[in-house]
Design a protein. Structure first.
Length: 325
């Protein structure tokens, strides 16, 4: 009997030590996970995201990976263009607003009028790509000045031969993002200098970049522009043109020229804007933002964009952790 009691006491003591060790191990892992931005407590609810079709591939990749780990969170991602996303985010209708350009002053004023604070996060770099079909065998590069001649409403250039007499006497078909697109805004600012772009029977505008891809690749006399990821997905049927500015040599978009800025003036950062009210009130939004900053670089590269330096993501992560205070 005495031996039985001793054994029982020893067994209980061993179990207690095991539990304490497990707790200590769990606490240690938890602190490491928090430091790395992973392993947050279980979350549920919904997250609404809208905006740029250029940023969409990054966010689609992130939400897919996030849902594998957090199946109780319903994340919806739509593409109404950067401007369309800002219309919703400045009214407080969505949690995150994807954008391929910074928010405009009038959009910021609208948000403030509605008591909404939007905080930007950079997700990666893009090189806005000017493309023609692989069937096009006569043009490999264009200058900024030639782009103006092709796209400006005030230009008399209508055929490729109007740019270069050695090129075909064929109408130039233009495929461009729509007016709600941040990509349109960016091109309009840095190439067209805010002057009106051509519109009419030879111009197709769409917020859906896949529509632009299909239009250009099926017509040897078409030209268009959109985010680098859509080009890299379709390199077998599209040709990215080298772009020259001033006296500089033409540079084509690729991960190196986009990140180092030599693909100028068409390299740019990509954003998502966080509704600060939603961030403070919804644990699932805070968790998703944290996950995004820890995985955006990988997602950007997987879909064909260029990652930021890692310390840039970590700086933003520290800033975001202060937003809830």
């Amino acid at each position: 009997m005495k031996n039985f009691k001793s054994c029982a006491l020893m067994l209980m003591f061993t179990l207690v030590l095991g539990v304490l060790a497990a707790c200590g191990s769990s606490e240690g892992n938890s602190s490491e996970e928090v430091a790395s931005g992973e392993g947050s407590e279980e979350v549920s609810g919904s997250i609404s995201i809208d905006g740029s079709s250029t940023v969409f591939p990054i966010m689609e990749n992130l939400t897919y990976m996030y849902n594998q780990e957090n199946p109780d969170v319903n994340v919806s991602v739509n593409t109404s263009g950067s401007g369309g996303g800002f219309k919703k985010s400045t009214a407080g209708e969505i949690d995150l607003s994807n954008a391929s350009r910074p928010i405009k002053e009038e959009e910021q004023a609208k948000a403030e009028e509605n008591g909404i604070q939007l905080e930007p996060l950079e997700l990666g770099y893009d090189g806005l790509s000017v493309v023609v079909s692989q069937q096009n065998d006569f043009v490999d590069e264009l200058s900024v000045e030639q782009l103006k001649q092709i796209f400006l409403e005030s230009s008399d250039v209508k055929k490729w031969s109007d740019l270069n007499p050695e090129w075909p006497e064929e109408e130039i078909k233009i495929f461009s993002p729509g007016h709600d697109s941040g990509t349109f805004d960016y091109f309009n600012e840095v190439i067209l200098e805010e002057e009106p772009m051509k519109e009419g029977e030879n111009t197709t505008l769409s917020e859906d970049d896949n529509v632009l891809v299909r239009g250009v690749k099926n017509d040897p006399y078409a030209i268009g522009f959109f985010g680098y990821a859509y080009y890299s997905e379709n390199e077998d049927s599209l040709k990215a043109l080298g772009i020259s500015e001033g006296e500089k040599e033409a540079v084509k978009p690729n991960p190196e020229t986009i990140q180092d800025g030599s693909y100028t003036p068409l390299s740019r950062p990509l954003y998502t804007y966080v509704n600060l009210n939603a961030y403070k009130e919804k644990s699932q939004v805070r968790d998703f933002v944290q996950y995004t900053l820890n995985n955006a670089g990988k997602a950007a590269e997987e879909v064909g964009y260029v990652a930021l330096p890692e310390d840039k993501y970590q700086e933003q992560l520290k800033e975001a952790q202060n937003w809830a205070e």
